[in-house]
Design a binder for this molecule. Structure first.
Ligand code: IPM
Ligand code: MG
Length: 369
């Protein structure tokens, strides 16, 4: 690609991004009044089918009466596998995407993301196709006084054109996109969460000293919206020092809600999850106005499968995601039951095979429901 071709490619990207913003939908699904909620389950790759199978059993048990009454439908969706995606050359094959869009909410196992090439991550595609702009990740360590809620922008930033960078001779360029509308809605979601949950501290995390235009905009909009929430103290932090602060006892306990652009949120939520016991222990909600998707925050663990240890995959992360899903569709009683069952399950699962299998763990958990 030469500079003239690069400019043309850039023109196309900018036009597409303007169209994306113009088409942002704001119609909200109201689950408190919806007569029938369809939950899609997508199992994914590697340990995905193993952990989602158990999560589906748990959901079916918790929602048994509603499934009989017809107010909840659980739809198992196949075909979101790396083999099928590669064969079709599509991050999410069309028929699978149509099935997903026929649901209201989706529980998704981890999917494999190939390095390089042009096949986009299925996560990124799904977040974009369903416009799931808020990635919400709780991390809670009560014995250390930690109760954090991360609001990661999920549809733009470094990700939206992550597979659309340009290569010129001896040079590669990627793009980061931050829009007013895209920033407003994630910041608003974070502040609304804070207000509705009695939180009084918001950390706005960027690298606005370096990413001046995009993160500069993010920070400016965050403060504009903060003015509507005078009961909430807002502090700006750069992502580098925030990664250090999360390790700093005596300081980290004061953090409550965080809001940040996509890539920083990706990185820091793994760090936070590790403090809680590992990425296998955290769930993640991807929320839009119309749809929502809930997933484990870890990957598909191909090495566990290669070693023949897949049955020892820990389902906690996807079970926590299932609890977030239940809360989102206004089934808070079922959500609470599940959260208590996870916290009090008599068995543990260890990836080295020294404890229960994923299935044994689910059996024990279901027995306590
Ligand atoms: C996550 C994951 C994804 C991301 C990958 C699988 C594309 O790391 O959900 O945090 O980078 O967002
Ligand atoms: Mg990540």
């Amino acid at each position: 690609m030469d500079i003239r071709e690069a400019l043309e490619a850039f023109r196309v990207l900018l036009t597409e991004q303007q169209e994306r913003v113009a088409n942002m939908n704001t119609e909200k699904t109201d689950f408190s009044t919806k007569e029938c909620v369809t939950i899609g389950v997508v199992d994914g790759d590697g340990i995905g089918p193993i952990i989602t199978k158990q999560a589906t059993r748990v959901l079916k048990k918790l929602l048994a009466d509603e499934i009989v009454r017809g107010s909840v439908i659980i739809k198992e969706i196949e075909g979101l596998t790396i083999e099928n995606r590669m064969a079709q050359g599509k991050a999410i094959p069309d028929d699978v995407l149509a099935e997903i869009k026929s649901c209201d909410v989706v529980l998704k196992g981890p999917t494999t993301t190939p390095h390089g090439g042009t096949l986009e991550s299925a996560n990124v595609t799904m977040r974009r196709e369903l416009d799931l702009y808020a990635n919400v990740r709780p991390v809670c360590i009560p014995e250390q006084g930690i109760d954090w809620m991360f609001f990661r922008e999920n549809t733009e930033g470094e990700y939206v054109l992550g597979s659309r960078g340009l290569e010129l001779p001896g040079m590669a360029v990627d793009f980061k996109v931050t829009t007013d509308k895209g920033t407003r809605r994630i910041v608003r979601a974070a502040f609304e969460y804070a207000r509705n949950n009695g939180k009084t501290h918001m950390s706005v995390v960027t690298k606005a000293n370096i990413m001046k235009k995009t993160d500069g905009k993010f920070t400016a909009i965050a403060h504009e919206i903060a003015a509507e929430y005078p009961e909430i103290t807002v502090e700006d932090y750069y992502i580098d020092i925030m990664t250090a602060n999360l390790l700093k006892e005596g300081l980290r306990e004061k953090f409550q809600v965080f809001v940040m652009p996509n890539l920083y949120g990706d990185i820091i939520t793994d760090e936070a999850a590790q403090l809680q016991g590992g990425v296998g222990t955290a769930g993640s909600a991807n929320l839009g106005d119309r749809y929502a998707m809930f997933e484990a925050i870890h990957g598909s663990a191909p090495r566990m499968i290669e070693r023949g240890m897949g049955q020892y995959a820990n389902p906690d992360s996807i079970l926590k995601a299932a609890a977030l899903l239940l809360r989102h569709i206004c089934r808070s009683e079922a959500a609470e039951k599940l959260e208590n069952a996870i916290a009090n399950c008599p068995l543990t699962v260890k990836s080295d095979g020294s404890a229960a299998t994923c299935e044994e763990y689910a059996d024990a958990l279901i027995a306590t429901l």
